[in-house]
Design a protein around this ligand. Structure first.
Ligand code: 0O2
Length: 209
């Protein structure tokens, strides 16, 4: 299997979407509004992870494009929990993609403690042999949710998915702490935004000097 060739439309899709979603942030900044998007990252799933997941979920390699929804992945990080519905709406209203599925692991936290909002979309990529529709998984989460998921992901990698009970328990407590952090930040959102506005103005003034 020529992986580079197979994954090239996925790479095209994540590169395009990364630019498109980052564009929102610039628009909010230009209009002096709080941006619900803090930053955006994108990746094509590494071949080793594809093979591993295909084995785990019994997916044949010739069914990857329909059965593995996260070959192309975009992550949108938000400062506050209530930025998440704003981002969801922005994505739902787009005309350049079709929504396939949504999974709300914020309303229903996963057993591991994982929280995030997942949207699977079908995104058309123009190739030299015509249009290809590519599935892309967009994960939307706060900075606290992202911190937790990143740490948990590396620990899972280290322990090859078999986390010792003590680590698992600590991660569950850490997930609750991240939840509380999000709650506290939401409560002082107004204050934080004031401070950020002052900081942004100061940057402009300093730049003008
Ligand atoms: P990677 O390395 O991020 O690509 P499944 O794979 O069975 O868990 P499914 O049905 O494929 O689930 O879709 P789901 O759960 O909506 O999305 C899977 C992706 O969500 C994962 O991709 C992770 O990125 C993230 N995710 C889901 N559950 C967890 C979790 O408990 N902890 C962390 N850290 N991330 C999670 P991959 O392929 O597992 O990994």
């Amino acid at each position: 299997m020529d992986w580079e060739l197979f994954l090239s439309p996925y790479k095209q899709a994540v590169d395009e979407l990364k630019i498109k979603l980052r564009g929102y942030r610039e628009q909010y900044e230009m209009s002096n509004q709080h941006s619900p998007i803090e930053f955006v990252t994108a990746r094509v799933k590494p071949v080793a992870s594809i093979l591993d997941k295909a084995r785990r979920k019994n997916i044949a390699l010739n069914e990857l494009h329909t059965s593995m929804q996260d070959l192309a992945g975009i992550r949108v990080m938000c400062q506050f929990v209530d930025d998440i519905p704003t981002v969801i709406e922005l994505i739902r209203n787009r005309q350049d993609m079709r929504l396939v599925e949504e999974r709300d692991y914020i309303a229903e936290t996963k057993e591991s403690g994982y929280r995030s909002y997942h949207m699977v979309v079908e995104y058309p990529v123009q190739t030299i042999v015509g249009e290809r529709k590519i599935l892309v998984e967009i994960q939307i989460r706060t900075l606290a949710m992202n911190f937790w998921a990143t740490i948990e992901h590396s620990l899972n990698y280290k322990y090859e998915g078999r986390l010792p009970t003590e680590v698992r328990d600590r991660l569950q407590r850490a997930s609750e702490a991240a939840f509380l952090l999000d709650e506290e930040m939401s409560k002082i959102k107004g204050e934080i935004q004031e401070a950020q506005k002052h900081f942004a103005l100061k940057k402009i003034e300093d730049h003008d000097l």
